[in-house]
Design a protein around this ligand. Structure first.
Ligand SMILES: CC(C)(COP(=O)(O)OP(=O)(O)OC[C@H]1O[C@@H](n2cnc3c(N)ncnc32)[C@H](O)[C@@H]1OP(=O)(O)O)[C@@H](O)C(=O)NCCC(=O)NCCS
Length: 362
């Protein structure tokens, strides 16, 4: 079976109008939630395609997949026309005829749309689709990331309201590999922007984000200098229950991929791997929500363990909440072994924690 892909202009689209109408009617008849209710009026379908054809331009594209010169699939790409959204385009109405599914036609249509989006300078693709539909696994397989679902968003052809899933794919130049950087003036603007979203690097004290912002605004150089604090000059540490404890020697490095991605801190008591009971681990980290699930925490911890070797500790401990699966996986991926489930002192706030140990290799 040979599949040919063709981008249609207004004239060639009009020629394909009956086949496109059949494709759409077939999809809706099979229960696809693509904007129409069943039974579908052929006049409404013709009107829909007429509008699509009239919209074809430098910002709006339509492809068909053909087998033996018959249309068996289609997809549309709409570049955002708003001034501040020219970098993004939306994939719309991906259809593959039911008799031709499972043969890679959707992937080829999506690849054509993606190539066009890159060519016109877009760096972000977005789409929405019925949550739980087979299309979701196609998008995921092709590198799309899910950002969420909205319940009862659209109607099935039967009228039943169903949730819609939102996906995106970044197609711009790949960010540079994650590094740990010593916090410096050149990184400050990106860090401040992250704090201004309400993010806090301290997951036990959400207010720590606002406090950091105030400190940066008051005296950025002092703030930056105190991120590396091997002599524990920074004053007492505020705890989740409002109390304070003496600071340990330590430092905080920033995760950086061309932008600020998160923080990772290391603290210790000189000459011993022991920590005071209220100190929850030698290493703590947090990734900003929009850079999560990119492997950054895993890589940041691996990089931090290399720095930590310089303190000649036989092992380091990391603790996390019992339900923090992402952190547990991050630790285990770096050689962490679960030591115990424990209840920290009340000054650390409520809840049980897990304690992991990572043996430091020479
Ligand atoms: C925990 C945290 C740092 C993980 O950051 P991240 O950069 O998204 O993590 P990574 O992409 O490196 O993923 C690490 C592992 O966790 C898994 N993971 C990530 N997010 C997950 C999630 N929401 N649910 C389940 N697993 C998840 C990844 O698949 C990976 O595991 P794998 O190698 O077995 O596949 C981040 O969620 C965060 O900042 N949370 C708030 C602060 C926090 O909890 N810090 C840790 C305190 S102990």
């Amino acid at each position: 079976m040979t599949v040919a892909l063709r981008q249609l202009d207004r004239r060639s689209a009009v020629v394909a109008r009956e086949e496109l109408a059949d494709l759409l009617i077939g999809a809706v008849g099979n229960g696809a939630s693509v904007g129409f209710l069943w039974p579908l009026d052929r006049v409404a379908v013709a009107d829909y395609w007429r509008q699509v054809f009239a919209s074809l331009c430098d910002d709006f594209f339509l492809w068909v997949a053909e087998v033996d010169e018959r249309v068996v699939g289609a997809v549309q790409l709409a570049r955002c026309t708003k001034q501040n959204g020219r970098h993004r385009a939306e994939l719309q109405k991906l259809f593959v005829h039911s008799a031709y599914r499972g043969r890679g036609i959707a992937a080829r249509l999506l690849a054509a749309a993606e190539a066009q989006a890159r060519e016109i300078g877009c760096t972000l693709l977005v789409l929405d689709t019925e949550a739980g539909s087979p299309a979701e696994s196609v998008y995921r397989h092709l590198g799309w990331r899910k950002s969420g679902e909205i319940p009862m968003y659209a109607g099935k052809p039967s009228g039943e309201l169903i949730p819609t899933a939102y996906y995106y794919k970044l197609i711009g130049p790949a960010p540079s590999p994650l590094q740990l950087v010593r916090p410096a003036r050149e990184h400050l603007e990106s860090y401040v922007n992250a704090l201004k979203t309400g993010w806090s690097q301290n997951n036990l004290r959400p207010e720590a984000g606002r406090e950091a912002l105030e400190e940066v605004e008051k005296d950025p150089d002092t703030f930056l200098a105190l991120q590396i604090d091997r002599e524990a000059k920074g004053g007492p540490v505020k705890m989740p229950n409002g109390g304070e404890v003496p600071r340990l020697p330590g430092y905080i490095l920033w995760m950086w991929d061309g932008e600020f991605c998160g923080t990772i801190g290391f603290r210790w008591q000189p000459g011993t791997p022991e920590l005071p009971p209220h100190t929850l681990g030698h290493i703590g980290y947090a990734v900003v929500p929009w850079k999560r699930q990119l492997g950054y925490a895993k890589r940041a911890l691996a990089l931090m363990l290399e720095h930590a070797r310089e303190e000649s500790l036989p092992h380091v401990e990391i603790t996390c909440d019992t339900d923090n699966v992402a952190s547990q996986r991050t630790i285990v991926a770096n050689g962490g072994v679960l030591v115990e489930r424990f209840t920290p002192p009340p000054i650390c706030g409520p809840g049980e924690k897990l304690r992991y140990r990572i043996v430091m290799k020479a």
